[in-house]
Design a protein around this ligand. Structure first.
Ligand code: CAA
Length: 259
């Protein structure tokens, strides 16, 4: 499948998806979203693909936000009737397999929100995160006010949303927004290597681990702990559980079958 606005490559069991509108700093318009929904669905459905990396083309930006030129003249009623931005939750956040955002340069507005939809963010030392929507007379619309606040806490999230200031990579790592900082030149190789590590894990367990950590992020503690225990119990029924534990006892590497 070829796309107009993204590039998709397979690196063994890792799918690399690259936002590809560098002339617009990879701004996220409806066509980009449609391509991403299709690419993430194909990744989720392909039994040979185990982990994905999402990055931006060009050195300057991961994505500089939702496409302002697409929104500038759109009537408010159309935003409501189209339930504008709802596809991100269904088609991107809904991905069941793990995926990493490799953030190079600007991740602003919808770009920051898209990065936060990933299971975790690896940032280049040049990365800059921000929710500058207030400067456009609006506010985040793709989950940013919620995910940023959960990631970095109220004080920093409020300051960033109210002033539109950007956060550099070091502050983002210190604040818990990103998992790790990587020199810009090494970012993609590091992200692919990290994804390959995840891809080599038992796939059902990878999906369940993802679901569990997201539960902690999205639900209350009691519900999260109850659901974690049930999901753990579910995993004990898999062949990979028998293989993983038997391999440990027999002091040999495990061979995963994905069942
Ligand atoms: N939408 C559409 N086009 C964009 C864009 C966006 N979000 N961000 C950048 N571009 C375009 C610019 O219009 C420009 O195109 P032209 O060459 O045709 O003029 C091109 O990308 C390069 O951008 P700049 O010339 O502005 O580059 P710069 O280096 O001077 O500045 C920047 C970089 C600081 C990131 C600046 O581009 C900028 O502030 N962009 C907008 C950031 C923003 O406000 N994002 C939030 C969008 S709203 C949103 O995301 C809503 C939501 O909640 C989901």
């Amino acid at each position: 499948m070829t796309y107009q606005n993204i590039l998709v490559e397979r690196h063994d069991a890792v799918t690399l998806i690259t936002l590809n509108r560098p002339q617009a700093l990879n701004a996220l318009n409806t066509a980009v979203l449609a391509d991403l929904i299709d690419a993430f669905a194909a990744f989720d459905a392909d039994p040979d693909q185990r982990c994905a990396v999402l990055t931006g083309s060009g050195e300057k930006a991961f994505a500089a936000g939702a496409d302002i030129k697409e929104m500038v003249d759109k009537p408010a009623a159309d935003f409501f009737l189209q339930d504008f931005f709802s596809g991100w939750q269904r088609g991107v956040v809904g991905t069941r397999k793990p995926w990493i955002a490799a953030v190079n340069g600007f991740a602003l507005g919808g770009g920051c929100e898209l990065a936060m939809m990933a299971d975790f963010i690896l940032a280049s030392d040049t990365a800059k995160f921000g929710q500058p929507e207030i400067k456009l007379g609006v506010a985040p619309g793709m989950g940013g006010s919620q995910r940023l606040t959960r990631a970095v806490g109220k004080a920093k999230a409020m300051e960033m949303c109210l002033t539109g200031r950007m956060m550099g990579a070091e502050e983002a790592e210190r604040s818990g927004l990103v998992a790790r900082i990587v020199p810009a030149a090494d970012l993609l190789a590091d992200a692919l290597k990290t994804a390959a590590t995840i891809a080599a894990m038992p796939p059902l367990a990878a999906m369940v681990n993802k679901e569990m950590v997201n539960l902690a992020f999205e639900s209350g503690l009691a519900q999260g702990i109850q659901s974690e225990r049930r999901l753990f119990q579910l995993l004990t029924a898999t062949e990979d559980k028998r293989e993983g534990m038997t391999a440990f006892v027999e002091k040999r590497p495990a061979v995963w079958v994905g069942r």
